[in-house]
Design a protein around this ligand. Structure first.
Ligand SMILES: Cc1cc2nc3c(=O)[nH]c(=O)nc-3n(C[C@H](O)[C@H](O)[C@H](O)COP(=O)(O)OP(=O)(O)OC[C@H]3O[C@@H](n4cnc5c(N)ncnc54)[C@H](O)[C@@H]3O)c2cc1C
Length: 428
């Protein structure tokens, strides 16, 4: 990602633009800062935090985004942007910039991991726009973050502050965030978008820490021209007893993306940046289709982390403080909806706030978003079990009807996706 000197500020930096320096000086001096207009403080510059910042700025808010990392890095691997997510990206003004970096899969496919035999293939590329109102694309998370950052940094209403590790949130007398260096910021609205391992969620609502799901995830990317056995040009789930893999293509089809989910009692670190042991990855997928084994053999890095989950929260917010994204609804990746849900949250929150009192808008936001997010969380967990069927009898009972439906009447399977992909995130 290119250098972002203009509008990304180091918490303790010294070379700030003069017209903005009043904010940082007062933060360093442990004073409480107020902005002249309706102001929002967002904790976390991930996909959820940045989308929310843009959506709020588009409706007239002054927004500061606080990120604990020292720099905004475009890290991650492939994520899927389904039509519901693309509709949000369009409304945020980033879809057109993002699309050239993406890959549109021809179909959603299921294959048996060991034999490689296709269970079903459901047309996607041509159906997505007509049926669900937006494209279905595979994206590098870094490219998506770059587009969101570029958009946010082009907006005068948004300031992004890095090296800002939020440690406390409270709302008496005003919504206030406290940082590790002791400084404080107060604003009319606080959005906690600090991700899966949120340290702030339990300060806002009764929230237990996410629990280990019993699965670890492997992820990697590799240039396609290094592979003899290319993964198919689809969103392909490779299923098998106690594990599954998903292959996609990203960056215009020039890179292959691999995610492998394995049931295990051995926890991995909960970090997206932890490098795993290649021998272990190869053992996990030993004997699986040649294209998967080749990716695991040749990929430059293999990241490995524990998948966490938490029962849906009943409450997401209180007063003028709300959770959003993974902090509110951590979900397993088996519906590829984590980033999409965070994007949907951002625009929905902004829409609820238009012309409304902040606590009332937060209550409305929760009423609107919580049931849908809880349903996606539950279906993601159910999908994972479905992909991991162990015996041939349960596999036949589960995959047989899907194969039959895809062959005879694909519309039946498309219809089952309508509530996810056809959702209008702006229709609050
Ligand atoms: C480094 C990284 C790599 C990822 N890679 C993938 C991937 O390859 N594939 C995939 O499907 N999903 C990936 N994800 C997850 C995916 O981006 C999220 O599930 C989804 O987008 C929801 O976004 P979010 O904004 O709620 O949370 P996140 O994207 O997790 O963003 C949360 C942000 O909050 C910041 N933060 C946390 N605590 C604090 C604090 N106390 N103070 C200030 N800031 C804080 C974090 O540094 C992070 O930038 C990744 C997430 C991260 C952080």
């Amino acid at each position: 990602m290119r250098q972002r000197k203009n509008r990304v500020w180091q918490w303790f930096g010294t070379n700030h633009e003069n017209n903005r320096s009043h904010l940082l000086k007062s933060q360093r001096g442990r004073k409480i800062t107020n902005l002249p207009h309706r102001s929002a403080a967002i904790i976390g510059a991930g996909i959820g935090g940045l989308a929310t910042a843009i959506a709020l700025a588009q409706t007239g808010w002054h927004v500061r985004v606080f990120e604990r990392r020292p720099a905004l890095e475009a890290v991650g691997a492939g994520i899927q942007m389904s039509p519901n997510a693309c509709k949000v990206l369009k409304s945020l003004g980033v879809l057109d910039t993002l699309l050239p970096t993406t890959f549109a899969p021809q179909a959603i496919e299921m294959r048996m991991g060991l034999s490689g035999r296709q269970v079903f293939s459901l047309p996607l590329k041509d159906v997505a726009k007509t049926r669900w109102g937006g494209p279905y694309v595979h994206v590098h998370r870094g490219d998506l973050l770059t587009c969101l950052l570029d958009r946010a940094q082009a907006m005068a209403e948004i300031t992004i502050v890095v090296n800002a590790n939020a440690t406390q949130v409270h709302q008496n007398p005003n919504p206030t965030v406290q940082f590790a260096d002791g400084s404080k910021v107060t604003s009319d609205l606080v959005v906690v978008a600090d991700g899966m391992n949120s340290t702030l969620a339990s300060q806002v609502v009764p929230a237990s820490a996410p629990q280990f799901s019993g699965c670890i995830a492997w992820r990697t990317t590799i240039p396609m021209d290094q592979l003899n056995n290319a993964p198919p040009p689809t969103a392909c789930a490779w299923v098998g007893p106690g594990k599954h893999a998903v292959t996609t293509r990203i960056r215009g089809g020039t890179m292959a993306n691999f995610v492998g989910i394995v049931e295990t009692k051995e926890r991995a670190p909960e970090s997206w940046r932890h490098t795993g042991d290649r021998a272990q990855a190869l053992a996990d997928f030993a004997g699986w289709d040649a294209c998967l084994v080749e990716i695991l053999t040749k990929a430059p890095d293999l990241f490995c982390w524990s998948l966490m989950e938490r029962a849906p929260l009943v409450k997401w917010g209180q007063g003028a403080v709300t959770l959003l994204g993974d902090a509110a609804h951590p979900m397993l990746p088996s519906m590829a909806q984590g980033a999409a849900a965070a994007l949907e949250d951002g625009v929905a929150l902004a829409a609820c706030l238009v012309g409304a009192d902040v606590p009332k808008a937060i209550a409305k936001f929760q009423r609107y978003r919580q049931p849908r997010a809880a349903r996606v969380q539950a279906m993601s967990a159910a999908n994972l079990k479905l992909f991991h069927r162990r015996s041939w009898i349960t596999q036949l009972g589960t995959y047989g009807p899907a194969a039959l439906a895809a062959a005879i009447n694909p519309n039946l399977l498309h219809r089952r996706q309508d509530w996810v992909y056809g959702h209008d995130p702006l229709g609050v």
